[in-house]
Ligand binder design. Structure first.
Ligand code: FES
Length: 133
């Protein structure tokens, strides 16, 4: 068993659904957008942090990436949320809740449900930073 297969197995045993595992393994949308119009960070009560970068044109999110110091739940949520916001207006994006993120991921293990909130809070901070410009 390769390390990667072992990790996937661990995530399955921990209760992560296949979509969340796929996002986590691929680190989908993890990175930086140079010159992003909207960028800010949020640190959750668990101590994990996420920084969200948005490329915005005429109020529409054209691209989204994130960086995180956090768990598999945080990374899977960040990937899901950055996928969900592309093509949405800032107003539409700020209405997305952690429940929407969890639904998109097809669930998260019970102790990891709050991790989706970290991504939503980071997104809202990022949008807020854009509005204050
Ligand atoms: Fe902190 Fe998952 S435990 S975001």
């Amino acid at each position: 068993m390769t390390d990667e297969k072992g990790l996937v197995e661990l995530l399955r045993k921990a209760g992560y659904p296949e979509k969340a595992i796929d996002y986590y393994m691929r680190k989908l949308n993890v990175g930086v957008i140079e010159g992003a119009e909207a960028v800010d960070s949020f640190t959750g009560l668990c101590g994990d942090s996420m920084r969200m970068y948005l490329k915005v044109e005429e109020g529409v999110i054209k691209d989204a990436k994130f960086q995180a110091i956090g768990c598999a739940g945080a990374f899977a949520s960040g990937s899901a949320l950055t996928e969900m916001v592309k093509g949405k207006t800032l107003k539409e994006a700020e209405k997305i809740t952690e429940h929407d993120v969890i639904k998109d991921l097809e669930g998260l293990p019970g102790p990891k449900l709050h991790c989706a909130r970290l991504s939503v809070d980071a997104l809202r901070k990022s949008i807020e930073s854009y509005m204050k410009r």
